[in-house]
Design a protein around this ligand. Sequence first.
Ligand code: NAD
Length: 286
Amino acid sequence: MQLLDGKKLAQELKDQLKEEVELIKAKDRKTPKLVNIIIGDDAGSCTYANSQKKVAEYIGIKYELKSLPANCTQEDFCALIQKLNNDKSVNGIMLHKPVPEQIDYSVVANYVDTVKDLEGVNVTNIGKMILGETNIIPCTPASVMEHLKSTGHSLRGLEVVIVGASQIVGKPLSILLLKEMATVTVCHIGTSEAGRLEEHIARADVLVVAVGVPKLIKGEWIKDGAIVVDVGINVIDGKVVGDVDFETAQEKASFITPVPGGVGPLTVVLLMRNGIEAYKMQKEQS
Ligand code: NAD
């Protein structure tokens, strides 16, 4: 069994992006700039924003945090997005979740200019991703793809089973895997209710789990030699665990991600990669 080390992959990508940004600065005499909008003072969001800031600094891109009060209206939020859309010095915008209940995330996400949509969450970019027409890919599924690439195995023709069909992980991931010519099965709560989760998992050459139920997947369900990517983040007794029972799964898997230290650390670097892609798209358009 080999560990898929997300921290190592994150460091390699950070160094690669740092070089790319140095070239951009030397050639264009410009520095890509990303803005993150946070509403209120949610502790989790602030921690995540801090780690984004550190990565941005390392890579050499500008990162600005804009805060709105917890009682701001949807109009306030959209007005700020509009201002950033019109600001030529801003190349990428992300909207931090959670948002308060007076804000409809699906509405505000679509206010972000398509070429500044860092997280690839507006409907145009989701459509473009399905058609394979954009390099701005949602970060968590992109991180899963990078982990799979790091195994050195082609995905063509492999049986890939995804457990979890959310908008931010399972659904976009299924599209990215199809592009690699994998045979993709997406399982969800309906699969479990029908008692059929184990039979799908048993034939998976590659298993990706993004559910949010600690240790849902048992090692004995997993095919010998399978590649296992665990996206889940759950806290039990103050300890972070995944959706896969790591102890038993590592007996069966050829490659497996640890939790923590797997998919998570790479996602923030991939956000920066999206920012650089956004910069390049805007340069082409100008
Ligand atoms: P979600 O709640 O939006 O979706 C969960 C999915 O799991 C749904 O499709 C649901 O049908 C399915 N599901 C629920 N219970 C199930 C069961 N018993 N059997 C089979 N399927 C079941 O969740 P999400 O936002 O996609 O997040 C999933 C997990 O991934 C969470 O633990 C979250 O914290 C984690 N996550 C991690 C990262 C990262 O960077 N590592 C990023 C995003 C999400």
